[in-house]
Design a protein around this ligand. Sequence first.
Ligand code: ZN
Length: 104
Amino acid sequence: MTCQRCLESVEIDVEASFNLAVAPSEEVAKTLPRHYDPLIVEDEDIELWSVVEEELILNLPVVPFHVDCSIQTSFGEIAPEDGKSKKPNPFSVLAKLKADADKS
Ligand SMILES: [Zn+2]
């Protein structure tokens, strides 16, 4: 994934735990104890891998970042090595648009 602090790639370990209970119908699924996640399987075969994949995707962090990222805060965005701000100015795109407009 992309680190949301430094925008470099970051490896994320993803763990998910879930209690799947295979149920043959919605009616049966409704009778399951609440701590089970019902998986309704009528006649079709299911790929267990795709179920696991879905659970892992749901457990991906919304905002991934390096645990030891050189950019430590979401406000400071100052890398200790060079002391320069790494955050691109959100308005720089407007400046470019204006420059392009001025040219034409
Ligand atoms: Zn980072």
